[in-house]
Design a protein around this ligand. Structure first.
Ligand SMILES: *[C@@H]1O[C@H](CO)[C@@H](O)[C@H](O)[C@H]1NC(C)=O
Ligand SMILES: *[C@@H]1O[C@H](CO)[C@@H](O)[C@H](O)[C@H]1NC(C)=O
Ligand SMILES: *[C@@H]1O[C@H](CO)[C@@H](O)[C@H](O)[C@H]1NC(C)=O
Length: 692
């Protein structure tokens, strides 16, 4: 079944089949063999003649200026300026989308898993919904509330139970909070605290134990219940009991059945903690699946069918992978999970034969390197390059296919290594090199979309338009977003050149950071525009190119631009310095700083300079301060800092900036606005007393 719901799917025109005519002629005599061969050659050529696909919009005008402002644009797929916030009337929440999947698939296969070397086994849509109800009812029986003030943690690798747990939360309007290892334990403790999470679902005893350890240390006092997918030991149960934590099996029993309490589109669905540069958490509403992909793929010739398979291996804790799954469920398609080992991923892909592959540039680069590395002889290298160039020429005229002569001769093995059924892939999360992208579009013979976005806008705000197989841009705005660029005068990115900071508005934009109105106000301005910190440029054909990242840059009153992070990185090399924050603004003519001395060396370092005292005392000693200041200036000078880039005064702070005291992000970057706020008094004192 092709589920294109009102949109014309791309259909190949009926082929003229020359051999039907040939077979009606008496051509069986051997003397006519030559003619037969010629006829087959013509037939083959007709069969494999490239057929350009018609894109759904004019590729030279992929986005449309809104209200006459060429820097504020919307998708050309929309009939007017009204943004799209859902695609199917019956699927306005993640829960409803899954219900749609049940209908469309007829209760067919949904989630797949495999044991090493075995084929995939499938859990059906109906079973997934049933298991989710069982688990959800069990959580309610354990005292969870069926509304969006209930936060439930999940700390597990991708596997069917992850998705089932998520659906369990959605079925009863609870909010899921994914945790993952690379956040680090300190950040996780902070998250559990912030969201007041008492119950965390874990995959294995090891992960559960790491959370339990915090409870034992008294740092996450609210934790009172752990639910485990895997078996756990008696010893673990005992250990948990000692600190008042209940440990439960994932199968919570049938006796508690409760009817679903479906969420509303405006209810909170998930709180995602980003691992990107901001290191913040984002709240997403239930309609977070604003169907970016659904709209894009259904508007052209790539259509998701209910028998399509995709593979889940990118972390489900991130918005991108959640969005992928929701998109597939909406169409009743299947999701197979990798075995949990990246080294076995290629085997899982080969076995699963996915039609759709979500990827990150890192994986595409690896495939690219592998293909090039496997072709060693100069002759084969020449053939490969030639074939790639032929296919790229086709791409430029809009043809994507895997059945050309070159596919049969050169690319067959490569395509087979990905299962041989790939129709499209989607790459986001980081920029991909245009060379790799167009090489792979040619060799894999499938559609590869590129998207751009961040967690704060549900993963994607621009997306390459089906039919545009050029590289070097991130496509046009999705139908759920307005995208504009605004001036960054200090970096000389100006809207008069169609350049500036990328800002996003629309239903795909997040609700805010959890319990943090202040930071929410920094990211979302009063008109509801999300400021991404990325620098973009509109291209003449309405696509966006990301060209830079907005840095923390400000001007001093004498007009010099300052990049404080660059200066901090230099000062970090000073022996007594553990952390440093450089401050200044356009009302001041010079910089000042806050230095956290390194407790391991500071006392000895001061002693060498003839000053004795405890860490605390030294921080208050003006002579020590001056010695540190001299050291900074010395190191700064050697590193080539200009004199206006050097701090003129500093404050020694004995206590580290940390995630717990709110001065570092979970990715250990300075929260600059918070540091400024916390040290406001010290900073203004320095400016009022120093005379230079
Ligand atoms: C959620 O349910 C609990 C108990 O029924 C109630 O106290 C709380 O106010 C509800 N929260 C919301 C946001 O409705
Ligand atoms: C070629 O693409 C079609 C879908 O467009 C797919 O069904 C087929 O399996 C692919 N063949 C190979 C060899 O990749
Ligand atoms: C859109 O413009 C960019 C930059 O000029 C170019 O690289 C790309 O090929 C164009 N796309 C199409 C479909 O013309």
């Amino acid at each position: 079944t092709v589920l294109n719901c009102g949109h014309t799917a791309f259909a190949r025109p009926n082929l003229v089949r020359p051999w039907n005519i040939l077979s009606s002629l008496p051509l069986s005599t051997p003397s006519l063999l030559g003619l037969g061969a010629l006829a087959s050659a013509i037939a083959y050529w007709l069969m494999t003649r490239p057929r350009p696909m018609r894109p759904s919009v004019d590729l030279q005008a992929q986005s449309v200026a809104v209200d006459g402002d060429p820097c504020c644009r919307r998708s050309a797929l929309l009939p007017d300026n009204k943004l799209q916030d859902f695609y199917y009337e019956d699927s306005k929440t993640a829960y409803a989308i899954f219900q749609r999947g049940i209908k469309v698939s007829g209760g067919g296969p949904c989630l797949g898993y495999r044991k090493p070397g075995q084929p995939y086994e499938w859990i059906s849509y109906t079973e997934v919904a049933e298991q989710a109800q069982l688990l959800g009812s069990g959580l309610l029986a354990k005292g969870c509330q069926s509304n969006s003030s209930q936060f439930v943690g999940i700390f597990a690798q991708n596997r069917p139970e992850w998705t089932i747990s998520q659906l369990a939360c959605y079925t009863y309007s609870m909010v899921l909070v994914p945790l993952y290892e690379t956040l680090g334990m300190e950040a996780m403790v902070h998250i559990l605290d912030l969201a007041e999470i008492s119950l965390v679902i874990c995959d294995c005893e090891e992960k559960a134990a790491s959370l339990l350890e915090n409870k034992e240390k008294g740092v996450s006092p609210k934790l009172s219940c752990l639910v485990l997918f895997d078996e756990f030991s008696e010893a673990f149960l005992e250990r948990a009991k000692k600190c008042d934590v209940e440990v439960l099996k994932y199968e919570l029993g049938r006796e508690n059945h409760r009817d679903p309490v479906p969420p509303q589109p405006e209810d909170l669905a998930v709180v995602c903690f980003t691992s990107g540069t901001t290191g913040r958490d984002c709240c997403h509403l239930h309609n977070y699946c604003d169907l970016i992909i659904i709209r894009q793929v259904s508007s052209g010739f790539v259509v998701i069918r209910h028998d399509d398979v995709s593979i889940s291996y990118l972390p489900l804790a991130h918005m991108f992978e959640q969005l992928m799954q929701v998109t597939l469920f909406c169409h009743g398609a299947r999701v197979g999970f990798y075995q949990g080992e990246i080294s076995l991923l290629m085997d899982d892909i080969k076995t699963l034969k996915p039609a759709f592959l979500p990827v990150v540039p890192r994986l595409l680069n690896r495939i690219y390197d592998k293909i090039l590395g496997s072709v060693t002889s100069p002759l084969r290298r020449t053939l490969l390059n030639f074939a790639v160039r032929r296919k790229q020429a086709e791409l430029r005229s809009g043809v994507v296919r895997n059945d050309s002569l070159w596919d049969k001769l050169v690319f067959k093995k490569i395509q087979a290594s990905l299962g041989g059924k790939l129709r499209f892939a989607l790459t986001t999360s980081a920029p991909i090199s245009p060379t790799v992208l167009s090489f792979l579009r040619a060799t894999l013979g499938c559609v590869i979309f590129e998207g751009y976005g961040q967690t704060e806008c549900t993963g994607g705000c621009t997306f390459s338009m089906p039919g545009d197989w050029t590289a070097g841009h991130v496509g046009a705005p999705v139908p759920g977003a307005l995208v504009k660029v605004v001036d960054i005068p200090e970096m000389n990115y100006l809207t008069k050149n169609q350049e500036g900071e990328v800002c996003i508005k629309g239903p795909i934009v997040f609700k805010g950071y959890l319990r943090d109105p202040e930071r929410t106000a920094e990211a979302l301005d009063s008109d509801g525009w999300l400021h991404t910190g990325d620098v973009g440029q509109w291209l003449p054909n309405g696509t966006l190119r990301i060209i830079d990242r907005k840095k923390n840059i400000f001007k001093l009153s004498q007009g010099e631009y300052i990049a404080p992070e660059k200066i901090e990185n230099v000062y970090m090399r000073c022996v007594p310095v553990l952390q440093v924050f450089v401050h200044g603004d356009s009302l001041q003519s010079y910089l000042i700083g806050i230095v956290v001395p390194d407790p391991e060396v500071f006392v000895d370092w001061a002693k060498e300079r003839g000053i004795v005292g405890s860490h605390q005392e030294l921080c208050q000693n003006p002579d020590v301060k001056n010695a540190v200041l001299e050291d900074l200036k010395d190191v700064g000078k050697k590193a080539g800092l200009k004199s206006f880039e050097q701090v003129k005064d500093l404050y020694l702070h004995p206590e580290m900036f940390s995630i717990a005291n709110g001065l570092l992000t979970p990715t250990l970057k300075s929260r600059r606005n918070d540091i400024r706020r916390v040290f406001q008094e010290q900073l203004s004192a320095m400016y009022s007393k120093t005379t230079i």
